[in-house]
Ligand binder design. Structure first.
Ligand code: GDP
Length: 757
C-alpha cells in the first residue's frame, strides 16, 4: 500500500485532517502536543488505498524534542510516498519554517494550506498559485474543519507520489550555501540518502548528524575558522534559522494579502489580558472549574433552593401506595421528578435521574418476570443484587461522566486549557514543574492512560516520572461515580445538601496533593532542572460540534464496553464472595468470604476513619476500595452489590427511605462523614486502575515502577489520614503542620549539606 505522511506544526489541524481522511476518531485538542506517537489510518477514495500516517506536531526537524525525533526519523527512514505538509495559513511564516526543512528531503511533498475558512472570514486572501511556483511543490487550499478541498488534496498528493522528486533548499542565497554544497557533494559521493538534508544539518552542527557522518565534520570546522558573521558569529544553527525566516519573509509572506482587520487577534489578546492575568488567572480557572462541576453535579441548580418553589408533594402530584409510601402519582410525574422537585436539578443530575429511572424500571421488570416465573431465591439474588444493581449503579453515571467530559472538551477546544497550562507554568515553575507537564496532568481529568503516554513530550526524565506519578490525582472520569455517590451522601449527612461543592473541593484536594507531592519529590528523589516552556497560545475559537460528538461517542463506547466486560465480571465475583462463605454455602454477608478478607485488612485503615472503628460490617469500604484497583467504577458497582445485600440484612428501612447505596452503607456501618471524605481522597490518590498501572509501568520503566506504586500507597494513606483527623478534630491540624515543618526542615538541611559536599 502506498504511504502518505502528515507533517505540520502543533495545532495546525493535523488531527482534524487525519480524522476526516481516515474516518478515525483520534482526539482533537486545541493545544500543542496532543499527538506524541504516530497514528495510522487508510484513505480509500484514491485509485488505490492509501495508508496515512499522522506524525507528531513539530516546529522544526531539529533533534530537540521527542516529537521532532519521531517525525524526522519517519520522514528520513521510512520514505513515505508523499508528505502532506499541513500549514496553518493564519500563522504562515512560522508554519513555512518547517516546510523549508522538509523541502530539503528527497521526498515528494504537497502543501495543504489549512484554516482557509478562518482566512476567508477575515477577508484575507492568499495567492496559492504563486506560492506553488516559488516553493516548487503543489499547494492546495483546504479547511480540515469544514472538510473542504480534501479530495482535491488527496488527488494532487496521489499524482505527486508517482513523480520523482528532487530536494531543494531556500538557503541558496545564504552565506553558508557554499559549505552546504560542499558537504552535500561529499555525501553524494558516499551515496548517502537525502544528501541535501544531511548536509544542512551537519553544517548546523546537529548532534545526531555529526555523529552519523564524522568525515564531513572536518570540512565544516575548517570553514568555521575563516568565517565570522557580525550578528551570529559562528553559530551556524542560528544563522541558518535566520536565513530561512528571511527567505520566507521576502518570498512567501507577501503572497498573503491582509485586509486591515487584526480584530480577531486583538479580541483574543484582550481576553487573554484578563484570563491569563497574574492575579485573576487562578481564581478565574477555579471559578470556571466550579461552574463545570455545578452544571454536572448540582442538585440545587443556580441556587434554586432559595427560590421557594413548591415540591411535587405540595403540588399534589404524589400518592400513597399500598406499603404506605409516598410515590409519584403517575409515570409522567416520575419523569417530571427527574427534572424538578422543589429544586431545579442541573443538566448533569437530570440526565443521571433519567438514566436511573430507566435502569431501575428495567431491573424491576426483570425481577418481576423472574418472580412471576417462580425463580429460586438465589437466582433472584444473583440477577438482582449481583448483576443488575451493580451494573445499573455504574451505568446511571454515564450521562454525568459525559457531561463533565463534554464541558472539559469544550474548554480544551476553545483554547482555554492551553491558557491554564500557561497560568500554572508561571505559578509553579519556581517549584520545579513546567507548563509542559500540566498538559498531561489536565488531560488526566479525562483518563490517566493517554495522559501518561503524553508525558513523552517531556524531555527531562525526572520531570516525566513525577508527572506520571501525579497524573492519577487529577481525578479521571471513572472516579466520578465515587465522587458523586459519596459526596452526595456527605452532603446529606453534613446538611451541605448538594454534592457539587464537595465534589469540586475533592478535585481541588486532588490537585493540591499533586502539587505538594511534586514539590516534595523535586526536593528529594527527583531533583533536576526544568526545561523551558515555550508554547504559543492558540487563538480562542468556537469548538466544533462534530469533533466534540465524535470524542464523546468514543468515550461512551469505551465506557459501555468496560461496564459489560470487566465490571460485569468483577461484580459477579463480588456478589459471589459476599454471598458465600468458605464452605461455599450461602451465608450472612458478614460471614462471607469477602467479609473475612476485608476484616483482615480493616485495622490498617483505622487512621483513615474507615477501619476497625466501624466494627462488624465496616469491611465493606475496604473491599470497595480494593475492587477499585480493577477499575475505579468498580467501587460504586461494589457498593451497589453490597448495599443490596445490606438492605436485606442490616438496614431494611433504608430502601423505604430511598437512600442511595452509600447512605445505606453509611447507616449500616455508622461511618462518619469525615471518614467518607477520607474515603474519597483515598480512592482519588491511591494506586489507579489496572490499565493505568500498566501504562505507568511502561512509561516509567521497571526500576522506578515499584517506587511509583509505593508512592501512590503512601501518598493516599497520608492524604486521607490528614483529611480524616483534621476534619474530625480540627486541632490535629497543628500536629500535622508541626510534622510537615519538621520534614521540611529535615529536607532543607539535608539538601544544604549535600550541596556543600
Ligand atoms: P493538531 O495539533 O495539528 O493535531 O491540530 P488539531 O487537529 O487538534 O486542531 C487544532 C484546533 O484547530 C482544533 O480546535 C480544531 O478544531 C481546529 N481546526 C483544525 N482545522 C481547522 C480548520 O480548517 N478551520 C478551523 N476554523 N479550525 C480548524
Amino acid at each position: 500500500m502506498i504511504k502518505f505522511a502528515l507533517a505540520g506544526n502543533p495545532n495546525s489541524g493535523k488531527t482534524t485532517l487525519f480524522n476526516c481522511l481516515t474516518g478515525s476518531t483520534a482526539h482533537v485538542g486545541n493545544w500543542p502536543g496532543v499527538t506524541v506517537d504516530k497514528r495510522e489510518g487508510t484513505y480509500k477514495k484514491c485509485a488505490e488505498p492509501v495508508s496515512i500516517v499522522d506524525l507528531p506536531g513539530i516546529y522544526s526537524l531539529s533533534p530537540y524534542t521527542p516529537e521532532e525525533v519521531v517525525s524526522r526519523n519517519f520522514l528520513l527512514d521510512e520514505e513515505p510516498d508523499c508528505v502532506i505538509n499541513i500549514v496553518d495559513v493564519t500563522n504562515l511564516e512560522r508554519n513555512l519554517y518547517l516546510t523549508t526543512q522538509i523541502l530539503e528531503i528527497d521526498v515528494p511533498m504537497v502543501v495543504a494550506l489549512n484554516m482557509m475558512d478562518v482566512l476567508e472570514k477575515r477577508g484575507d486572501s492568499i495567492d496559492e498559485r504563486a506560492l506553488e511556483r516559488r516553493l516548487g511543490v503543489p499547494v492546495v487550499k483546504v479547511s480540515a474543519l469544514k472538510e473542504e478541498g480534501l479530495d482535491e488534496l488527496m488527488q494532487v498528493a496521489y499524482a505527486e507520489s508517482k513523480k520523482k522528486c528532487i530536494a531543494r533548499t531556500v538557503l541558496g542565497e545564504s552565506k553558508l550555501a557554499e559549505i552546504i554544497a560542499k558537504v552535500q557533494k561529499e555525501l553524494v559521493a558516499q551515496q548517502v540518502e537525502h544528501p541535501l538534508f544531511h548536509a544542512v544539518k551537519i553544517v548546523e552542527g546537529d548532534k545526531i548528524e555529526c555523529e552519523m557522518h564524522p568525515t564531513s565534520n572536518g570540512a565544516v570546522a575548517q570553514f568555521k575558522e575563516s568565517f565570522k558573521d557580525e550578528l551570529f558569529g559562528t553559530d551556524f544553527e542560528a544563522l541558518i534559522a535566520d536565513a530561512r525566516y528571511k527567505y520566507i519573509a521576502e518570498h512567501y509572506s507577501p503572497l498573503l494579502k491582509k485586509t486591515a482587520h487584526e480584530w480577531a487577534e486583538t479580541k483574543s489578546d484582550k481576553a487573554d489580558k484578563i484570563i491569563t492575568h497574574k492575579w485573576f488567572g487562578i481564581p478565574i480557572f477555579l471559578l470556571i472549574l466550579f461552574a463545570v462541576f455545578h452544571v454536572t453535579f448540582a442538585e440545587e441548580f443556580i441556587l434554586s433552593g432559595l427560590w421557594g418553589l413548591p415540591t411535587l408533594e405540595e403540588l399534589g402530584l404524589m400518592r400513597v401506595d399500598e406499603a404506605g409510601e409516598l410515590v409519584p402519582a403517575s409515570f409522567a410525574v416520575s419523569l417530571l421528578g427527574c427534572f424538578y422537585d422543589g429544586l431545579l436539578y442541573s443538566p448533569g443530575v437530570v440526565l443521571f435521574n433519567l438514566t436511573d429511572l430507566l435502569t431501575s424500571t428495567i431491573s424491576d421488570w426483570i425481577i418481576g418476570l423472574m418472580e412471576g416465573a417462580g425463580a429460586s431465591q438465589w437466582a433472584i439474588s444473583f440477577i438482582g443484587d449481583g448483576v443488575l444493581s451493580g451494573l445499573s449503579s455504574v451505568l446511571s453515571f454515564v450521562p454525568q461522566i459525559l457531561t463533565l467530559l463534554l464541558l472539559l472538551s469544550i474548554l480544551e477546544d476553545t483554547g482555554y486549557m492551553a491558557r491554564v497550562a500557561f497560568i500554572l507554568d508561571r505559578l509553579f515553575r519556581r517549584y520545579g514543574i513546567s507548563g509542559r507537564a500540566f498538559i498531561p496532568m489536565i488531560m488526566g481529568f479525562g483518563c490517566s492512560i493517554p495522559a501518561m503516554v503524553n508525558t513523552r513530550t517531556l524531555l527531562d526524565e525526572r520531570e516525566r516520572t513525577l508527572t506520571i506519578r501525579t497524573i492519577p490525582f487529577f481525578s479521571c472520569g471513572a472516579k466520578l461515580p465515587i465522587l458523586v455517590a459519596v459526596a452526595g451522601a456527605v452532603g446529606h449527612m453534613t446538611g451541605l445538601g448538594d454534592g457539587s461543592i464537595i465534589s469540586f473541593s475533592m478535585y481541588v484536594v486532588g490537585m493540591a496533593v499533586a502539587f505538594i507531592s511534586i514539590i516534595v519529590m523535586r526536593e528529594t528523589t527527583q531533583r533536576g532542572d526544568i526545561t523551558p516552556f515555550i508554547m504559543e497560545l492558540p487563538p480562542y475559537h468556537a469548538p466544533s460540534a462534530k469533533g466534540l460528538l465524535v470524542h464523546l461517542w468514543d468515550k461512551t463506547k469505551h465506557y459501555i464496553e468496560k461496564v459489560f466486560t470487566i465490571i460485569l465480571a468483577s461484580t459477579i465475583v463480588v456478589w459471589f464472595l459476599s454471598n458465600f462463605g468458605w464452605n461455599f454455602k450461602m451465608v450472612d454477608v458478614n460471614d462471607s468470604i469477602l467479609a473475612s478478607l476485608g476484616k483482615i485488612l480493616q485495622p490498617l485503615f483505622t487512621p483513615l476513619g474507615f477501619g476497625s472503628q466501624l466494627g462488624e460490617s465496616g469491611w465493606v469500604f475496604i473491599v470497595a476500595a480494593i475492587t477499585g484497583l480493577i477499575a475505579k467504577e468498580e467501587v460504586i458497582a461494589t457498593f451497589g452489590t453490597l448495599a443490596a445485600v445490606f438492605a436485606g440484612v442490616t438496614v431494611p428501612e433504608l430502601a423505604a427511605e430511598g437512600a442511595t447505596d452509600v447512605m445505606a452503607m453509611a447507616l449500616g456501618t455508622g461511618i462518619t462523614w469525615q471518614a467518607l471524605v477520607a474515603f474519597i481522597v483515598f480512592n482519588m490518590t491511591t494506586i489507579p486502575c489496572f490499565a493505568a498501572v500498566a501504562a505507568a509501568k511502561g512509561e516509567v520503566g521497571k526500576g522506578k515502577f515499584k517506587w511509583t506504586l509505593l508512592f501512590w500507597v503512601v501518598t493516599s494513606y497520608i492524604a486521607s489520614s490528614i483529611c480524616y483527623t483534621v476534619l474530625s478534630w480540627w486541632w490535629t491540624a497543628f500536629i500535622w503542620l508541626a510534622v510537615a515543618g519538621a520534614v521540611a526542615v529535615g529536607i532543607i538541611t539535608y539538601n544544604k549539606k549535600q550541596t556543600k559536599n
